[in-house]
Write a protein that binds this ligand. Structure first.
Ligand SMILES: Nc1ncnc2c1ncn2[C@@H]1O[C@H](COP(=O)(O)OP(=O)(O)OP(=O)(O)O)[C@@H](O)[C@H]1O
Ligand SMILES: [Mg+2]
Length: 238
């Protein structure tokens, strides 16, 4: 019944002699939010960078919409409809908000106005600041811009690397409210987070990554109730 958008099979990623990801398999169905949670250095960003084509895996397969895209170039992967919001946002500081958004649609030129209005609908704050330089936005606004820029590419799969990083709780709540809304509007999302509490509340399904391997998986609700997850990742948050 459920249509698989992404299938990861036995993915292995290494840097020189270091094995960062040691045989990970997971999948994302159409319309789902799937989250990968894990501590610093668990291998989360390595996985997203590999899915985006920025890192070539040592082994395993990445299948997107039934097509093997393992080791393909980032431009082709973006063309296929996989957009990443990278860790640390990486917006262009000297370009305006509007220019940053237009870059998200660099592979096409049609309907830009409509898509910009769609992004401003999610993030009215960006509309007020359309002419402001990206680098002068607050951290939360920069994260909104990074998400908005990815949406400009009309992603079939939106991949986000720690959107909550370095943001105040109230701003994190706002970002997650938008992730929920984008998802309700039909987006398929792969979300990487260290903020397990927020991520598990928004996710349909989740995988816990420990030392480059999946140690647990389940629905967001199941993992929120799991004693091991509570002890290791939820702390006093729950
Ligand atoms: N370019 C690189 N060269 C060498 N080692 C790397 C490189 N990138 C990542 N690593 C190593 O791979 C491991 C996994 O790193 P990764 O960035 O994927 O972790 P992460 O789960 O995203 O952590 P964080 O939550 O801190 O962002 C770490 O031990 C890291 O030092
Ligand atoms: Mg990371």
């Amino acid at each position: 019944m459920s249509e698989k958008v992404l299938q990861i099979d036995n993915l292995q990623i290494g840097y020189g002699g270091i094995e960062a990801v040691r045989g990970i398999s997971f999948d994302v169905n159409k319309g789902e939010i799937v989250t990968l949670i894990g501590a610093n250095g668990a291998g989360k960003s390595s996985i997203l960078r590999t899915l985006s084509g920025l890192v070539k895996p040592k082994g395993g397969k990445v299948i997107f919409e039934g097509e093997d895209i393992t080791g393909k170039d980032p431009t082709l992967i973006v063309q296929k409809g996989m957009m990443m919001v990278p860790e640390g946002r990486r917006i262009f500081p000297n370009l305006t908000v509007l220019e940053n958004l237009k870059i998200g649609a660099y592979l096409r030129n049609d309907d830009l106005e409509q898509d910009i209005e769609m992004v401003f609908g999610y993030f009215p704050r960006l509309k007020e600041r359309a002419w402001q330089a990206g680098g002068t936005l607050s951290g939360g606004e920069q994260q909104m811009l990074a998400v908005g820029r990815a949406l400009m590419g009309r992603p079939k799969l939106l991949m986000m690397d720690e959107p909550s990083l370095g943001l105040a709780p109230i701003v994190v709540q706002g970002i997650f409210d938008i992730i929920r809304k984008i998802h309700e509007d039909g987006a398929t999302v792969l979300l990487i987070e260290q903020n397990a509490n927020m991520a598990l509340h928004v996710a349909d399904r989740a995988y816990v990554i420990e030392n480059g391997k999946i140690s647990m998986e389940g629905t967001g609700a199941e993992l929120l109730e799991d004693e091991q997850v509570k002890a290791a990742y939820l702390g006093s948050a729950k």
